[in-house]
Design a binder for this molecule. Structure first.
Ligand code: ZN
Length: 462
């Protein structure tokens, strides 16, 4: 079909919303764009209501099916893989990578059952894959678990704009975090290896990133962490910017024990709720108070330390003086190390509790050591300082992020190891019910990973 006729047809289509059929089966729909719809059959349905163009689902499915990257991404998202239940997606990846001539190793990762007992079972495993060397020099890694709840894979396109391949929106749990990175890394590695079979690239896909990083810790302690690498590329949604670093983390809980009594005679008891309130008020402010006055540190790079009291509970009924109150807090640390921060937190809680009642006992307990006090503080197992990363590859935006990653769980062996954190999609929709990214974003993410691999190879040579 002649191009000018084609464009005329497009504008006719866009303005009058009539169906159109092309002779060669291709039609360009957005002016100036090279996006091509392979078949116009679906456009027969154009013109239902206002100025919306209804592109049939089959058309979007075709776009996904015709791309190795987008099909892999779809398969990954369609498999439910909420933390601790990653077996099915692991098995899929295993088969997929085998079929693409990778040597694949399974690394089992234990988990804790509801009672806290550690279970070893084939239910969960990390995946470590390579083509030519079991000790690769460049490793790409992302996580295969997602947060709950499962949200099914779906495709949509804004009805207010002409159909454009790049604008197809892919929604569902894990589309962004972290299966976008997972799919892009896999295809980037494959594409690179197809052209340069000698490059030593490894793929590491881990479980449990969303629940404390046990998968990565397991890898880190194993023989697979051989220290032969010079470049590690971590995949998380960064909006395709290179992340110069992220904040550190501490989690803790506070439990206050009171003494129950009839609410008509509160002086006969001690309210745990009344006593935890000033403590929580203090915790809430710790990021805004200078260190010299007992607050948590800030830094130029990461700004202030922030604290989130994400959970609190206490008491039994309105007519009973509360015997117990608890709160759980997550701290995003902008500077310093977690031990110093823990001291600051304990001091702040102790001082506040004793302003209320100066014989209050405040203890730090693991929860299992049996230590008891009026106020008990328990720090979570996972804590780390702010993480600094490399960002010395040209052509990327640079940013910092406030979320945690698996980066601190990988103990690095060897000098001059570069660590990058990069991935398509935005953290602002990850973990939310609107988790989604566009086809254009996915494909740009793939290009970004290819660029990072090429830069790593280049550095190896020089
Ligand atoms: Zn993630």
């Amino acid at each position: 079909m002649h191009k000018s006729y084609l464009l005329a047809l497009v504008s006719l289509l866009a303005s009058s919303l009539v169906g159109a059929r092309s002779v060669d089966g291709q039609i360009r729909l957005s002016d100036g764009s090279s996006d091509v719809i392979d078949s116009v059959d679906s456009i027969d349905s154009v013109g239902t209501g206002s100025d919306a163009i209804q592109i049939q689902k089959s058309e979007m499915d075709k776009v996904i099916a015709s791309s190795e990257l987008l099909s892999l991404h779809r398969s990954l998202v369609e498999i439910k893989s909420i933390s601790d239940n990653e077996q099915a997606v692991g098995e899929f990846l295993l088969d997929y990578l085998h079929s693409k001539n990778f040597t694949v190793e399974k690394q089992y990762v234990a988990f804790d059952d509801d009672t806290g007992k550690t279970i070893r079972s084939p239910r969960r495993f990390n995946i470590y894959a390579y083509r030519n060397s079991a000790s690769p020099s460049i490793i790409l890694t992302s996580h295969i678990d997602t947060v709950p709840p499962f949200i099914p894979y779906s495709l949509s396109h804004p009805s207010s704009t002409p159909f454009k391949r790049d604008d197809i929106l892919i929604s569902g749990r894990g589309t962004v975090d972290d299966k976008a990175s997972l799919a892009c890394q896999t295809i980037a590695a494959m594409d690179h290896l197809d052209e340069h079979p000698d490059t030593e690239i490894g793929l590491l896909f881990v479980v449990s990133e969303e629940t404390g990083g046990r998968g990565m810790s397991r890898f880190s302690e194993s023989r697979l962490n051989s220290g032969t690498y010079h470049t590690i590329i971590f995949g998380e949604p960064t909006e395709r910017a290179l992340v110069a670093g992220h904040k550190g983390m501490i989690g803790f809980s506070v439990r206050v024990r009171g003494k129950p009594a009839h609410s008509g005679y509160p002086w006969l008891g001690r309210s745990a709720v009344s006593e935890i309130l000033p403590i929580l008020m203090k915790i809430d402010q710790l990021g805004d108070i200078p260190v010299s006055k007992g607050g948590l540190p800030s830094s130029k790079k990461y700004g202030r330390t922030t604290l989130n009291i994400g959970f609190m509970a206490g008491g039994l009924a309105s007519n009973v003086v509360a015997e117990e109150a608890t709160a759980k807090v997550s701290v995003r640390l902008a500077a310093g190390d977690p031990m110093e921060a823990q001291d600051i937190i304990v001091r702040a809680i102790r001082d506040t509790a004793r302003q209320n009642r100066n014989d209050t006992t405040v203890v730090v307990t693991s929860g299992r050591d049996g230590k008891k006090g009026d106020v008990e503080i328990t720090f979570g197992a996972e804590s780390y300082s702010p993480v600094d990363l490399d960002f010395d590859v040209d052509g990327f935006n640079i940013t910092t992020v406030n979320y945690g990653t698996d980066v601190p769980h990988w103990k690095i062996y060897g000098d001059n190891v570069k660590r990058y954190l990069y991935g398509p999609g935005t953290i602002f929709v990850a973990h939310g019910k609107d988790e989604a990214l566009t086809v254009g974003e996915m494909e740009a993410g793939l290009e970004g990973y290819k660029k990072l691999i090429a830069a790593a190879v280049e550095r190896e040579r020089s």
